[in-house]
Design a protein around this ligand. Structure first.
Ligand SMILES: [Zn+2]
Length: 308
């Protein structure tokens, strides 16, 4: 890395820092790991590049990346949440263990003559399809091996079998929660008009909420459909299902949200013991209490109280 050669790398549209570093490193050295190690201190931590404010100066001076452009490739703290490009998400929404990539988008990159690169928003776990290509986002190669950042030398290659991920046409997995998947793809799109289209389907009360607030609302709301069952299961195990149920209700408006909450007041099933209604209400309150967004907690609490 010699500045005299006037190296100047620019992030591609929506690129992540980890992708930028790997791309730069592989064009600078036959041993890209050494370049990454020089910048981050450890070749195996390329995933951490998105968080590494302490490496910004080194990357700017060694790779000639413009400072503001570099910051746009990074993930930033925003209170308890994280800012990822134009999005605010919860820390658990980011997966930087797996390298999440969309083979269809990588194929487009190759067809258009640019290096296949990882978009920063693909690190958002709830995003399962790339909005721009409609292709699925994968974190496992067709050979069965997980794509792990710590084994990554090239964005578009499987470290286990060596195949180019965009050459094997992935069969787009069937999903039962198509409405939720479609909505989230637009909500987390890199294109502003798609994000606006997603938000235009939301009730006006929550139109301006951050993505982190919305995800908390969806997942908490979904618990209301079967609170006595779902509240006993670890939240991570039911979040896909509850998120889809919450999104479905939300896209149908405040009336549908109220209907879901009304489940807490349903008549007991035949044979239920006399504590059933109290227990169900306790679960409903607990679901709201556990919600980590104060906006979502306030809205749901207000709706629940309106039935009492
Ligand atoms: Zn493979």
């Amino acid at each position: 890395m010699n500045r005299a050669t006037a190296i100047c790398f620019e992030p591609l549209d929506g690129e992540s820092t980890s992708s930028l570093l790997l791309r730069a490193a592989s064009s600078l050295s036959p041993v890209p790991g050494l370049v990454v190690e020089g910048l981050l201190g450890d070749a195996e931590v390329v995933a951490s590049a998105v968080h590494r404010q302490d490496s910004v100066d080194a990357i700017v001076s060694n790779l000639g990346v413009e400072r503001d452009a570099l910051q746009r490739t990074m993930i930033h703290r925003d209170g308890e949440n994280l800012r990822v490009g134009p999005f605010v998400v919860r820390t658990q929404d980011i997966d930087q263990t797996h390298r999440r990539v969309c083979p269809a988008a990588l194929r487009n990159d190759a067809l258009q003559g640019r290096s296949p690169y990882q978009r920063l928003n693909w690190a958002i776990r709830v995003l399962r399809f790339d909005a721009d290509t409609g292709g699925s986002i994968i974190d496992r190669c067709g050979c069965g091996r997980d794509l792990l950042w710590r084994e990554t030398a090239r964005i578009d290659e499987c470290p286990a079998c060596g195949c180019l991920l965009w050459e094997a046409a992935p069969s787009d997995s069937e999903c039962q929660d198509g409405e939720a998947v479609h909505f989230l793809s637009k909500l987390f799109s890199n294109r502003e008009h798609r994000r606006e289209e997603a938000r235009s389907a939301l009730p006006s009360e929550i139109l301006e909420w951050t993505e982190a607030d919305l995800l908390e609302l969806f997942e908490t709301l979904g618990l209301f459909s079967h609170p006595e069952v779902l509240m006993r299961i670890p939240r991570a195990d039911v979040e896909l299902w509850s998120r889809a149920a919450g999104i479905h209700a939300t896209l149908n408006g405040m009336g549908a949200i109220r209907n879901l909450i009304e489940c807490a007041f349903e008549h007991p099933p035949a044979g239920a013991d006399r504590f059933w209604p109290a227990r169900r209400m306790a679960f409903a309150n607990l679901a709201i209490h556990r919600c980590r967004s104060s906006r979502a907690r306030d809205l749901l609490g207000e709706l629940l109280r309106s039935f009492v």
